[in-house]
Ligand binder design. Structure first.
Ligand code: AN0
Ligand code: CP
Length: 317
């Protein structure tokens, strides 16, 4: 593995999940691997889980870890090739990334979409430029279109909670939110589930269809009740419209996940990547109840991040 930006960078998904399960059993067994290696984690947006779990993951492998809030603590970055930099940007990404590539052996970067221009966001310009200029392995900590470390932890969580040999029904359901949210988590989840041994159903109100690049293997319906029938896992997530790009089309009344809605599921486990808007996306009763997996999902972020860092250090991904 030279980089980890999507499930497409993984050659052997089943092996990868097994490796994460092993690391979870014994997180310190590769303490020597990262000795004298530096991990740089760069954030252009807020983060709790990704920041903390990836730091622990690096430390478990013996790495030196540096975290930088690039949006607040770095110089304003220019990304346009050939720009005459007489405006507000101070440093070109070519120069900044090249320098950080000298300081770090692996770099993680988080950069959300702006949700203004679909082509611009979906081109993943910043991530691709960063990869080409820093010349060291890059891990996406959530980019404009995907959140692969989250999806890997989600897959580990589903695997742990599925009896051997069973192919679970997994439902990704849109939920209301108060602001426009990226499609990344939903895109990525659908893309990973498409490669896993699960049946995926996606349900959302009209106008919230995701880019079909990510959803090809899924069944898609606007009927939430029908979708939830016999579900083993219900993954709750808001996203803004892809077709009417970045817009919030409805207040989503009736789409919040409640215990009442879980009645016809197979006693489904409920998942969310967090942070969650309680009693908007998901009810308190679910989040505080026995079917919620959200904290274990967040816990699994450490071991999945560690698996990716281990493979990048070993150059085996
Ligand atoms: C972000 C998103 O959905 O992409 C980050 C989630 C990990 N969520 C919010 O901005 C609330
Ligand atoms: N789920 C997740 O990525 O959380 P943070 O945004 O807090 O890192």
């Amino acid at each position: 593995m030279e980089k980890f930006t999507s499930v497409q960078d993984v050659a052997d998904l089943r092996e990868l999940v097994k490796e994460a399960q092993q690391l979870k059993q014994n997180p310190y067994q590769h303490k020597e691997l990262g000795q004298n290696k530096t991990l740089g984690l760069l954030f252009l947006n807020p983060s709790l889980r990704t920041r903390m779990s990836t730091q622990i993951a690096g430390a478990n492998l013996g790495m030196n870890v540096m975290v930088m809030n690039l949006d607040k603590e770095g110089w304003a970055l220019e990304t346009q090739e050939g720009a005459i930099m007489n405006g507000s940007t101070v440093e070109h990404i070519k120069d900044a990334a090249a320098v950080m590539g000298r300081y770090c052996d692996i770099i993680g970067i988080r950069s959300f979409p702006r949700l203004q221009n679909r082509e611009e966001d979906y081109s993943e310009d910043l991530l691709h430029k960063f990869i080409s200029y820093c010349k060291v392995p890059v891990v996406s900590l959530e980019s404009a279109t995907r959140h692969p470390l989250q999806s890997f932890a989600d897959l580990l969580t589903i695997t742990e909670n599925t009896p051997a040999g069973k192919r679970p029904k997994v439902v990704l359901t849109w939920a209301p939110h108060v602001k426009a949210i990226p499609q990344c988590v939903a895109n990525s989840f659908a893309e990973w589930m498409g490669q896993a041994d699960v049946d995926l159903v996606i349900t959302h109100p009209e106008g919230y269809e995701l880019d079909d690049e990510f959803t090809r293997s899924a069944q898609v319906t606007t009927n939430q009740e029908e979708a939830l029938q016999d579900a083993d896992f219900v993954y709750v997530k808001n996203w803004s419209s892809y077709t009417q790009y970045g817009q919030v089309l409805t207040d989503g009344e009736g789409w919040m996940m409640t215990n009442e809605k879980l009645r016809n599921t197979n006693n489904a486990k409920v998942m969310h990547c967090l942070p969650v808007r309680r009693n908007v996306e998901l009810s308190d009763e679910i989040l505080d109840g026995p079917n919620s997996l959200v904290v274990e999902q967040a816990n699994n972020r450490t071991y999945t991040a560690q698996t990716i860092l281990k493979r990048l250090l070993e150059k085996t991904i």
